[in-house]
Ligand binder design. Structure first.
Ligand code: UD1
Ligand code: UDP
Length: 373
């Protein structure tokens, strides 16, 4: 019997790890231990409930306006004894959060093998996204199993000198999650409010965008919405109070934007699928919207997800007010341009990533994912 311990703490990690936990639980040669750090609280619990996952351990460390120091120190102190007591064969971490980084560091100190899910995404600018690019590069140095979602993420790891035998192309587990969420007969009161208008879907939360960049993002959105009465926007707002302060100041008075509480993942995917276009600085949403053929304006200077840019569905527009304004307006007014961006494609996976990762952990063999030509 192999003991696999999963450690995660934020909403996006939970969305991408819970389907994997449920797959690992089906395997007869695997014993799964679930540990959450509680880097997020309400937004994490929403996802745990949706996927019916009950943690064995919960560090419960979220603090209001927490710093990177708070999270890193809290995890290092909290996780040490759990790993010592459980003695897992492999600790599975996900992506690029401070939960992933601090857990990897603890595993390194205890010489416990790491499996890194969503390995090899890169911008090669450690300040963008901050601190995520640093986190994921460091994790790659110490992980034994690198579950790369795409061929490109595998190539990144190989070009950095990581052992090719440790790298598996699995597809992204978010595509697996989406198979359980989007339904044809879905409805919601906010969709009734949208009616026949074009739905604009907005999210924003990146640390490096807090402050002036986020104000510019919101001002650009506000200006375009004021000029386009056929559009209404839904903005499920992140729980970060720093985001909430800026959003209330810049978007609060606009009656064609509904700022709502974070959506359950099931609702979120159904909203995305019905959107006309999306403006975001999120990572996960850049992977989800291409599947629905929903164009995404990525309000960041860099992306670690160039597959969607190459496929034409994502466009990087940075955080400059005029650039966002012009690109958003163009996408609403130029139908040909809109059509070139709205082709549905799936460059991130085929919905079988969890099975592949479980096969590798259970039997050491798997069928690599190859995108359809
Ligand atoms: C974190 C991750 C980021 C990921 C994002 C997903 C790091 C450094 N950042 O950023 O990579 O993209 O999660 O959303 O790991 N809060 C609540 N309730 C919640 C969640 C957050 O109140 O359920 C508030 C708290 O005041 C908290 C603040 O949001 O202090 C910021 O949370 P934090 O995890 O530090 O940063 P995120 O921006 O969420
Ligand atoms: N999401 C959600 N509810 C919301 C907003 C986002 O369930 O109100 C989901 C979204 O579908 C995606 C993930 O959260 O799967 C993205 O999380 P976030 O943007 O917080 O983090 P990132 O992906 O940037 O790390």
């Amino acid at each position: 019997m192999k003991k696999i311990m999963t450690v995660f703490g934020t909403r996006p990690e939970a969305i991408k790890v819970c389907p994997l936990i449920n797959e690992l639980k089906k395997r007869k040669n695997i014993d799964v231990i679930v540990c959450v750090t509680g880097q997020h609280r309400q937004m994490l619990d929403q996802v745990l409930n949706t996927f019916n996952v009950q943690p064995d351990y919960d560090l419960n460390l979220m603090k209001n306006k927490q710093t990177l120091f708070d999270i890193t120190i809290g995890i290092l102190e909290g996780i040490k004894n759990i790993i010592k007591v459980e003695q897992p064969d492999v600790v599975l971490i996900h992506g690029d959060t401070t939960t992933a980084f601090a857990t990897a560091l603890a595993c390194f100190y205890l010489q416990t093998p790491i499996g890194h899910v969503e390995a090899g995404l890169r911008t090669y600018n450690i300040y963008s996204p901050y601190p995520e690019e640093f986190n994921r590069q460091v994790v790659s140095i110490i992980s034994s199993y690198n579950f790369a979602p795409t061929q490109l993420s595998r190539e990144n790891l190989i070009s950095e000198g990581h052992n090719p035998e440790s790298i598996y192309i699995t597809g992204n587990t978010v595509i697996d999650a989406m198979e359980h969420t989007v339904t044809a007969n879905y409805n919601h009161p906010e969709l009734d409010w949208i009616g026949d208008s074009k739905m604009i879907f907005i999210t924003a939360h990146r640390r490096e965008n807090l402050g002036e960049p986020m104000r510019h993002m919101f001002r650009a959105i506000r200006r375009v919405l004021d000029e386009h009465v056929d559009c209404k926007a839904i903005y499920p707002i992140h729980m970060n109070p720093l985001v909430r302060e800026i959003a209330t100041e810049e978007l609060g008075e606009c009656d064609r934007i509904h700022i709502i509480e974070p959506l359950d993942v099931l609702d979120c995917h159904n909203f995305e699928a019905r959107s006309y276009l999306c403006l975001t600085d999120s990572g996960g949403i850049q992977e989800e919207c291409p599947s629905y053929g929903v164009p995404v304006l990525v309000m960041r200077d860099t992306t670690e997800r160039p597959e969607g840019v190459n496929a034409g569905t994502l466009k990087l527009v940075g955080t400059d007010e005029e650039t966002i304004y012009k690109n958003f307006k163009l996408l609403l007014e130029d139908k040909d341009y809109y059509n070139t961006m709205s082709n549905a494609c799936n460059p991130y996976g085929d919905g079988k990533a969890c099975k592949r990762i479980a096969d590798i952990l259970e039997y050491g063999v798997y069928e690599p994912w190859k995108p359809e030509k």
